[in-house]
Design a protein around this ligand. Structure first.
Ligand code: BDR
Ligand code: CA
Length: 307
């Protein structure tokens, strides 16, 4: 399965990248980056560092450095200043491709008709692609995204970070007619990393020690900001869904995005009881089998040991 991972690394984004590379079911055609957890320069550097760490030869394309209409917001409280604090990572060596992320997505979709887009950051690149290349929207086979929430947000009581950072972009994507699978906070908060997963990560070897350090940092910020012990591994839920959908329970809903609300700005409004009668536009993950998730996660990541 061919995918493009559109991300803002970001601790959990880094693991989404590695899980996709470690899964033989997936062909990662490129990593595209966007401003989100940190500024574009940092998220692009972090994506390259993560690939370099395991000598993975996948091109990295930088995308949008600001949301479609709004001011930039970043998340240093959660991911640190660089977006990927907590480990002594080597400097990024691989080049940044010359093509803009949005043009790379377009060229790839012109070439292949089975490409899955996997956004794990704000949806700015994907929306801009849709604005710029409307004739190619139909070429997207599927979008599997991390974003939004049914019951709660994490930036405001109503809004999750990826949607809050660029709600207009998210609205364009949800209204695009492309089949969407959504991993909201409701499911990602079932996939929490505890001390046990940190220990297991260290057992895999030296490079994984650095990854464990990242998890320790990520855990500590969640403890400080949200007061919870385990940290949700949000973004890898997307990739895991692609390789093992059976470990997730899903339901089809109509999902829209609030772009004006005084209290609800950036909320994904999920029509659970189908009160609007509007077309079901997203398959929403509701439950995950946590044990299976981590068994598979470590089974896959251990494939990177030879690299
Ligand atoms: C999302 O926001 C970022 O902090 C994470 O990388 C994830 O994509 C969770 O709200
Ligand atoms: Ca992310």
């Amino acid at each position: 399965m061919r995918i493009i991972l559109d991300c803002d690394p970001g601790h959990d984004d880094a693991f989404a990248i590695l899980l996709s590379v470690a899964s033989k079911e997936i062909e990662l055609l490129g990593v595209t980056t966007v401003v989100g957890n940190s500024y574009l320069e940092n998220t692009t550097k972090n994506a390259r560092t993560v690939l370099d760490l395991f000598d993975i030869d996948v091109p990295v394309f930088a995308g949008c450095d600001k949301p479609l209409f709004r001011n930039v917001i970043v998340a240093p409280d959660i991911h640190g200043k660089s977006g990927l604090e907590g480990a002594q990572l080597p400097p990024a060596k691989r080049p940044i491709e010359r093509l803009h992320a949005v043009d790379f997505i377009a060229q790839t979709l012109e070439k292949y008709s089975d490409v899955v887009l996997v956004p794990t950051g704000p949806l700015t690149n994907i929306a801009l692609f849709m604005i710029r290349y409307p004739h190619l929207i139909k070429r997207i086979a599927l979008i599997v995204l991390m974003g939004g929430g049914i019951a709660f947000g994490n930036v405001t009581p109503a809004a999750e970070f990826n949607i809050f950072a660029d709600p207009e972009a998210a609205k364009i994507v949800f209204q695009s007619g492309v089949p969407i699978v959504m991993a909201p906070l409701d499911v990602t908060h079932q996939v929490v990393v505890t001390e046990e997963e940190v220990r297991k990560m260290r057992l895999l070897g030296a490079k994984f020690d650095l990854l464990a350090d990242l998890l320790v940092f990520f855990k500590s910020t969640y403890k400080r900001v949200f007061g919870i012990e385990g940290v949700p591994l949000h973004d890898p839920c997307t990739v895991m869904y692609l390789i093992h959908p059976e470990i997730f329970e899903t339901k089809d809903y109509h999902v829209d995005v609030e772009t004006k609300g005084e209290l609800t700005y950036g909320q994904t409004v999920v029509d659970v009881w189908r009160t609007t009668g509007k077309t079901l536009n997203a398959k929403v993950m509701l439950r995950a089998d946590r044990m299976r998730f981590f068994d598979l996660f470590f089974e896959k990541l251990s494939q990177l040991r030879e690299a």
